[in-house]
Design a protein around this ligand. Structure first.
Ligand code: 5AD
Ligand code: SF4
Length: 465
C-alpha cells in the first residue's frame, strides 16, 4: 500500500554566494521526496528556509530582520515552520535560537541531507538545532534532482566540488563556518555532472570556497587537480562550457593554468581575488602572496590564455590600512585591469584575528576609499564592455530576452548579452557581433556563416599599393 503525500509548499530565501544558491537547490531536492514543492512566495509556504551568509556583518544582520518579519506573520495567524540554514546558522545557532523565539529549526551546511528528518522533528513542536559536522558525507545521501526540475532551473548549473578553507585569511569567517578544505571525489563529481548534462545543462560552474584547491584520485589512484577534472568534464557529450569559482592565487597550479590553454570548454574569465595591493596589508591579512606574486601569476595566466578577463574581490579599510596602502590597491587595479570586481568595506567578524586589531580604520575613511575604488572599477568594467564592441563573441543563448523576439545569453566573459534570435536557438552557442555596450549588458547580432566568410575575405584583401 502506498500512502499519498499531500504536497507541501517550500520557500527558500537565499543570501550570499553561489554556493548557497547551489545548497538551496539541493535542499529542495532533499525535501522533494517528502512532498515539498517550491513556491515563489513566503505567503503560502508551509516551510520557510532562510539560507544565510555570515561573510560580512550586514549580510548576517539581514537574517535577524527577516526573522522579525516572519515572527510577525506568525502573530497574525499564519502557521508555518521557520528554519535557518547556512553559515549564520553554523556560526550562531544558539544565538539565533535565543534572539528569535519563532525559529523552529537551525541547521548548518553539512546537514541538509538530514532535512526530511529534521523538518519532521521540528514539526512535532520541538525546536531542533543541528550544527555539528556529521560523520557521513551529505553528498552520498542527497537525491539528484528530477531531470525536469534541473531543466526548469536553466541551461547553466552550479556544481559544488570543494568546500571549506584552510587558508585562514585574518578577516574571514569561512574557515570557522565551513570547516577545513574538503574535495568531493572525482567519480561523485562526474556522476553529478553527467546527470546535469543528461537533463540538458550546457554550462557547468564548479564551485568551492577554494575551488582550485580541489584534488582527487583518478581510477589508477593518481593524484589529480582541477585542470584534469575540467578535462574529464570536457569529454561529456553536450556540455559546451566550464567555469569555476572562487580561486585562491596560491592554488593556481601550472596544471590549471595550462588547462586554460588546452581545454576549449574552459571559459576565459577568472575570478581571482587579490584583496589588497599593499604588501603590508597582504601580510597582515595572511594572504600568502605578495603583490608581485599576484602580478606574475596574472602574466603566466595571460601567456596561456591571452584573452583571459579577470575579476577580483577587494577589501578597503582593513585594520592598519594607510593612505599609501590604499593607493597601492588602486594601482594594482590599474595595473591588472579588471573586467569585473567586487569591493567591500572591511567588516570585523567575530572570532577572526583582524576583528580584535587595535588599528581599526574609521567608518568615514572606509566609505571614502570605497567610493574612490568603486569609481575606478566601474570605469574599468565599462571600458571592458566597450572594448567588446566590434568583436564577434561566442554567446550561449540561455533564455527569452527582455523584449519579444529576443534571447538572452552570456559571453565567454560572463557578460549578459541580448540579441534578436528565434527561440529555437535557445541552448546553442552562436557567433555574435557585439554592437553596443550598456551598463549591465551588451547587445549584438548573430553573424551567419556566410557573413563570417565574407568578412574574412575582406580582411585578407591585399592592401592596394
Ligand atoms: N570584511 C569585508 N569583506 C570580506 N570578505 C570576506 N570577509 C570579509 C570581511 N570580514 C570579502 C573578501 C572575499 C569576499 C567573498 O568577501 O573580499 O573574497
Ligand atoms: Fe576566506 Fe581567505 Fe579562505 Fe577565501 S581564502 S574563504 S577569503 S580565509
Amino acid at each position: 500500500m502506498t500512502t499519498e503525500i499531500r504536497p507541501k509548499r517550500l520557500f527558500i530565501k537565499t543570501y550570499g554566494c553561489q554556493m548557497n544558491v547551489y545548497d538551496s537547490d539541493r535542499m529542495a531536492d532533499a525535501l522533494a521526496p517528502s512532498g515539498y514543492e517550491p513556491t515563489a512566495t513566503m505567503d503560502d509556504a508551509d516551510l520557510v528556509v532562510l539560507n544565510t551568509c555570515h561573510i560580512r556583518e550586514h549580510a548576517a544582520e539581514k537574517v535577524f530582520s527577516e526573522l522579525g518579519r516572519l515572527a510577525e506573520m506568525r502573530r497574525e495567524g499564519r502557521s508555518f515552520t521557520i528554519a535557518v540554514a547556512g553559515c549564520v546558522a553554523q556560526a550562531e545557532g544558539e544565538e539565533i535560537a535565543r534572539r528569535s523565539k519563532a525559529v523552529d529549526l537551525v541547521f548548518g551546511p553539512q546537514s541538509y541531507h538530514r532535512l526530511p528528518d529534521l523538518v519532521e522533528r521540528a514539526g512535532r513542536g520541538k525546536r531542533v538545532i543541528e550544527t555539528e559536522f556529521p560523520a557521513e558525507d551529505k553528498f552520498e545521501h542527497l537525491p539528484a534532482a528530477r531531470p525536469e526540475v534541473t531543466r526548469a532551473r536553466g541551461l547553466t548549473a552550479f556544481l559544488t566540488v570543494q568546500e571549506g578553507c584552510d587558508k585562514f585569511c585574518s578577516f574571514c569567517v569561512v574557515p570557522y563556518t565551513r570547516g577545513a578544505e574538503q574535495s568531493r571525489p572525482l567519480e561523485q563529481v562526474l556522476a553529478e555532472a553527467r546527470t546535469l548534462v543528461a537533463a540538458g545543462v550546457r554550462e557547468i560552474t564548479l564551485l568551492g570556497q577554494n575551488v582550485n584547491a580541489w584534488h582527487g584520485l583518478d581510477v589508477r589512484g593518481r593524484e589529480i587537480g582541477l585542470g584534469e577534472l575540467c578535462a574529464r568534464l570536457a569529454e561529456l557529450e553536450g556540455l559546451a562550457r566550464i567555469r569555476y569559482t572562487t580561486s585562491h592565487p596560491a592554488d593556481m597550479t601550472d596544471e590549471l593554468i595550462a588547462a586554460h590553454r588546452d581545454n576549449p570548454l574552459l571559459m576565459p574569465y577568472l575570478h581571482l581575488p587579490v584583496q589588497s595591493g599593499s604588501d603590508t596589508i597582504l601580510a597582515a591579512m595572511n594572504r600568502r602572496h605578495r603583490r608581485a606574486d599576484y602580478l606574475r601569476l596574472i602574466d603566466r595566466i595571460k601567456a596561456a590564455r591571452p584573452d583571459m578577463a579577470l575579476s577580483g574581490d577587494f577589501i578597503v579599510g582593513f585594520p592598519g590600512e594607510t593612505d599609501a596602502d590604499f593607493e597601492a590597491t588602486l594601482s594594482i587595479v590599474r595595473e591588472v585591469g579588471y573586467a569585473s570586481a567586487y569591493t567591500f568595506k572591511y567588516s570585523p567578524r567575530p572570532g577572526t584575528p583582524a576583528a580584535v586589531a587595535e588599528t581599526q580604520v574609521p567608518e568615514a575613511v572606509k566609505a571614502e576609499r570605497l567610493a574612490r575604488l568603486n569609481a575606478l572599477v566601474t570605469a574599468q568594467m565599462r571600458g571592458f564592455a566597450q572594448s567588446c564592441v566590434g568583436r564577434t563573441l561566442d554567446v550561449l543563448l540561455e533564455k527569452p530576452g527582455r523584449m519579444a523576439g529576443q534571447l538572452g545569453g552570456r559571453s565567454p566573459y560572463l557578460q549578459a548579452v541580448h540579441l534578436e534570435a528565434p527561440a529555437e536557438l535557445t541552448g546553442t552557442v552562436q557567433k555574435v557581433l557585439i554592437t553596443t555596450a550598456g551598463n549591465n549588458s551588451i547587445a549584438g547580432k548573430i553573424v551567419t556563416h556566410a557573413e563570417r566568410k565574407a568578412a574574412s575575405v575582406i580582411e585578407s584583401q591585399p592592401i592596394p599599393a
